[in-house]
Write a protein that binds this ligand. Structure first.
Ligand code: NAD
Length: 384
């Protein structure tokens, strides 16, 4: 048995940002709050959105108090901003950080309390209603937040999430033109993040034939286009493929879930402030090196999608070739291959492992169970 949820209306393609006006009209809203990544405000890219809104007589205010990997306090300020704005709709334009803050703020604006009250691991309250409608416009090709029901917040030592169908966008507007300005390092980290979403969804114990199809297509697109998007950022075809691939990966992992890579990456963000994309990219080869025997057949298919599989080779050899292709991809786009590059040492392993092991929601989807000792072992490998 499998269940697939994807009720988000999606507009995709260069210039599709102009669909904002139709959607505002369809929702019958006259006053909007626009959550904008600060880069888009300083670079002027947000004026595309402002222009469309003013042209159609829609009142708006811009909120840009967004920080990467947002802590709960930043989320709470955003909730207040929506409550005080009188807006009938939230539009978010930015990377996963802006989208997640906006999703949570749109819902919590009509609830009591703080973001902390609704977090999965430590919260005590349940969401009661949908809150304000949301239009989400991603400007990085990574998180897939535009099609998931998740908002991620940084805690002191790790991350926690609010997940609920109420956090799903009413409309996702995926316009690759917004991603042309993403610098190589962020393109690399977010692109490997999207690949990780697809791969973890593909090997998740909750995968289905539908999520497999989405995940394989996403990995195909990302493996083919990420290097180009990083090193030739002006390549519009590569940017378009990455926007589509990261969205498909988002749809796959929203339904099949992510697993061990995310569980071990979260403490790197919490404790060492390494970005979400880089944390995943760092742990990806090491977690798959460990779990490989439990997903040989699927990894053989990944090898063919990444164009390193050979018909005459054994399943195991093809799976190993996929693992090597993943290592090559992360290195080719400039992601360091050891945690040492971030100053993380042997003495840090215990704290990381204790935090990673707390992510039982993620770990339970791994095709191979990871005990606390296994987690210590994987971190140790990642430091060598
Ligand atoms: P981000 O939103 O934190 O942005 C990273 C950097 O890129 C920032 O400095 C930002 O200013 C800059 N940036 C964004 N768009 C740009 C553009 N078009 N041009 C130039 N610079 C640009 O990065 P992200 O990886 O997209 O999001 C990370 C956050 O998303 C984390 O908090 C992570 O936990 C969360 N996340 C959410 C989901 C989900 O389903 N909701 C999934 C994965 C990760």
């Amino acid at each position: 048995m499998s269940t697939f949820i994807s009720p988000v209306k999606i507009h995709f393609g260069e210039g599709c940002v102009r669909k904002i006006s139709d959607e505002c009209q369809a929702l019958g809203v006259r006053r909007v709050i626009v959550f904008a990544d600060p880069f888009l405000v300083t670079s002027g890219a947000i004026s595309k959105v402002e222009h469309i809104l003013s042209e159609h007589g829609i009142e708006y205010s811009v909120y840009d108090q967004i920080v990467p990997e947002p802590p709960v306090a930043i989320g709470d300020q955003a909730v207040d901003a929506v409550r005080n704005s009188g807006a009938e709709l939230v539009i978010a334009v930015g990377g996963g950080s802006a989208l997640d803050i906006a999703k949570a703020a749109a819902v919590l604006a009509t609830h009591e309390g703080s973001i902390a009250d609704y977090l999965n691991l430590t919260g005590t309250k349940k969401l009661q209603h949908k809150g304000l409608p949301k239009i989400l416009i991603p400007t990085t090709s990574g998180t897939g937040s535009e099609v998931t029901d998740i908002a991620v917040f940084n805690l002191e030592s790790t991350k926690d999430v609010i997940t609920h169908n109420y956090l799903l966008a009413d409309v996702a507007i995926v316009d690759p033109e917004f991603t042309y300005s993403v610098p190589p390092r962020v393109t690399a980290a977010t692109g490997v993040d999207a690949f990780t979403h697809a791969l973890e969804a593909y090997t998740s114990i909750q995968s289905s034939t539908l999520t497999d199809a989405l995940a394989l297509e996403a990995m195909d697109l990302i493996a083919k286009n990420l290097r180009k998007a990083v090193w030739q950022g002006h390549d519009q075809e590569a940017r378009r493929a990455m926007s589509w691939g990261s969205m498909l990966a988002g749809m796959a992992f929203f339904n099949a879930g992510t697993a061990g890579v995310h569980a071990l990456a979260y403490p790197l963000g919490g404790l060492f402030h390494i970005s979400h994309g880089e944390s995943n990219a760092l742990m990806l080869p090491y977690v798959y090196e460990f779990i490989l025997p439990s997903c040989l057949e699927k990894m053989e298919k990944v090898a063919f999608v990444m164009r390193v599989g050979r018909k005459e080779a054994s399943t195991r050899d093809n799976a190993l070739a996929a693992l090597q292709a993943i290592r090559d991809l992360t290195q080719d786009v400039g992601i360091p291959s050891s945690l040492q590059a971030y100053g993380i040492e042997e003495k840090d392993i215990e704290l990381l492992a204790q935090d990673g092991a707390k992510q039982t929601r993620l770990l339970q989807r791994s095709p191979k169970a990871l005990t606390l000792d296994d987690i210590r072992h994987v971190y140790r490998r990642a430091i060598q």
